[in-house]
Design a protein around this ligand. Structure first.
Ligand code: SF4
Length: 416
């Protein structure tokens, strides 16, 4: 059997095969599984900066466009097992065995945009919107820190009522009252606002470019009425210049997206040297223009990328090979396709981050980007997530969990 050039030389011995995923462990444990201890006992402290040397890791794999395309088309289980093993090995070598927990707090469900697939889009009148007060956010933040999240992620729709000064004050409060890094995911904002928030103590910014195909992007992500299209890739570069750790990602299976588009997306991850890369399947909300269309009516093309679990794993694995030092989450959208094993399989195929949701249960169900989020069945208690991580033979890490990619750029030692 010949090997793909992209993963040449990374076959593993049999004893490093993918972990076998069993059913989700009950709280009391189950025969034949790792004995349950307190979840906290499985959390390892992050060593102080410089305490450990940068791990040796091969240089990132610069796969040719056609190689990435070939992997995206691959359907053979045995060949795909090679890809999963290569991504898992690269993950272990470059970002280690620990899994970082990021505490997600959805601070506002208001959004001014008209994205053609997202339940939060401004014209969707079926949602009951909310915006948290600062004290409400802080309750969620403290809960996240108590559950060993070294980072809190403040996420919202593109909500102009989240004023720059208010957000800056919130960041300062988190940095002074809670021992956590702050990641922002607040959409396209003015550079002055982004600079103000960095100055206030924000560490990271997430902004997905969704697809590198400009026409496709503009079709699903129209700009606000009266505004010109923002160039998200330029904005990502500006975020880097401002000193942020920069995260981005794409949707897998947008109607009209081809494997060539997706291969270019993965190459762009490498070009941008991203610190965090989150990719999830395209799941349109039914109360949106794309969600209302039947399959085949939404602009699908001949070689349409499937918005499925397998393609999403392929993107995650190829992302790990392309950007070995980046933090890669096993996303909630992946769990939407496979609630029982989606996150665990993601962790076995390149991911090293999980983002438990600390928004209160009532509000969580109203942050309805896609329909499954509203049922609540995707929610998993952080202790359950820790048990799942332990079942994979991995540990959760207490600490900020800065990306080794960022640490390398800073000239420091990577803390794994
Ligand atoms: S994708 Fe983001 S910007 Fe677009 S409608 Fe949804 S929350 Fe708003």
């Amino acid at each position: 059997m010949h090997q793909r050039p992209g993963v040449r030389g990374v076959h593993e011995p049999a004893d490093q095969a993918l972990p076998v995923l069993g059913p989700r462990l009950p709280a009391t444990g189950a025969p034949g599984t790792i004995p349950p201890r307190s979840a906290r006992a499985t959390t390892v402290a992050e060593p102080p900066a410089g305490a450990r040397p940068v791990r040796r890791c091969r240089e990132e794999t610069r796969m040719k466009h056609e190689e990435i395309v070939a992997w995206l088309r691959e359907a053979d289980d045995g060949r795909l097992a090679e890809l999963w093993r290569a991504a898992d090995q690269r993950r272990r070598e470059c970002v280690g065995d620990v899994v970082h927990l990021r505490g997600l707090v959805e601070i506002s469900s208001h959004c001014a945009r008209f994205c053609a697939y997202c339940g939060l889009r401004a014209p969707n009148g079926s949602l009951t919107r909310y915006r948290l007060t600062m004290d409400e956010v802080m309750v969620c933040v403290h809960n996240a820190v108590r559950m060993d999240c070294g980072t809190v992620v403040l996420q919202a729709g593109e909500d102009p009522a989240l004023e720059a000064r208010w957000v800056a004050e919130l960041i300062r409060r988190i940095r002074s009252e809670a021992n956590a890094a702050v990641t922002l995911s607040l959409g396209e904002r003015e550079v002055e606002e982004l600079a103000c928030w960095k100055e206030a103590g924000a560490d990271r910014y997430l902004l997905r470019f969704e697809t590198s195909n400009r026409d496709l992007y503009e079709r699903i992500h129209p700009s606000r009425p009266g505004q010109v299209h923002a160039d998200r890739v330029s904005l990502l570069r500006q975020l880097r210049e401002l000193g942020y750790e920069v995260g981005s990602g794409v949707m897998v299976g947008i109607p009209g997206q081809t494997v060539h588009d997706l291969a270019r997306d993965i190459a762009l991850f490498g070009e941008l040297d991203l610190d965090m890369i989150g990719s999830g399947p395209f799941i349109p909300h039914p109360d949106t223009p794309l969600g209302a269309l039947r399959r085949g009516q939404a602009g699908e093309v001949a070689e349409q990328v499937a918005a499925d679990e397998l393609t999403t794993y392929k993107v995650m694995a190829l992302t790990r090979l392309t950007c070995p030092w980046s933090n890669i989450p096993a996303t909630t959208a992946l769990a939407a396709l496979n609630a029982r094993q989606g996150r665990a399989l993601g962790l076995c195929r390149g991911a090293n981050v999980i983002m438990p949701n600390f928004t209160t249960a009532e509000l969580r169900s109203r942050y309805e980007i896609y329909p499954d989020k509203s049922t609540g069945h995707l929610y998993e208690h952080p202790d359950d997530l820790k048990r799942m991580i332990r079942g994979l033979g991995r540990l959760t890490a207490a600490g900020r969990g800065d990306s080794p990619a960022f640490q390398r750029r800073q000239g420091g030692a990577a803390k794994l």
